[in-house]
Design a protein around this ligand. Structure first.
Ligand code: NAG
Ligand code: NAG
Length: 134
């Protein structure tokens, strides 16, 4: 029996720490219907004034909050989130300014919306939101 896996990808609207207006992700919304065991690659282009952009992928299952999958930077191995699995693969492509996400061996549980987001360069001071209870 064929089990279908529905994949949607879109630009993150959950950008909480965006500072530079010049920086943006240019991923076009797309969707794919695939079958278990297949491999899909989700595209995400970005535009950044930073010389070391940090790109993030999130996954959102139906009626759930987005969960952090992974982050990738120019240098180093990046960061793997709690929802990361060996089946996810992503690497910054500097020549084409993109950070495609490849999901191998698709499972039904991969059916979700995938968001790509850009995080400004991490500075020495970590970003801490301040909100006064008034
Ligand atoms: C994330 O997972 C990939 C694939 O397993 C691995 O190559 C990479 O080193 C991991 N990165 C970190 C920061 O653990
Ligand atoms: C980066 O993107 C270019 C243009 O799409 C492509 O030809 C090249 O193979 C990519 N590099 C990697 C490492 O995927």
């Amino acid at each position: 029996m064929t089990r279908w896996v529905k994949i949607f990808s879109t630009v993150a609207s959950i950008c909480t720490v965006c500072r530079a207006v010049m920086d943006s992700v240019t991923q076009t919304a797309s969707h794919a219907v695939s079958t278990e065991g297949e491999t899909v690659t989700l595209a995400c282009g970005y535009k950044s004034t930073s010389d070391n952009p940090f790109l993030l992928w999130y996954k959102q299952r139906l009626s759930k909050v987005p969960v952090y999958l992974l982050g990738r930077a120019k240098y180093g191995h990046g960061d793997n989130g709690t929802e990361f699995s060996e089946r996810f693969q992503s690497k910054l492509n500097l020549s084409s300014s993109s950070v495609p996400l490849t999901i191998r061996n698709l499972q039904v549980s991969d059916s979700a919306v995938y968001y790509c987001a850009l995080q400004p360069t991490v500075t020495t001071t970590p970003y801490t939101p301040h909100r006064k209870a008034t």
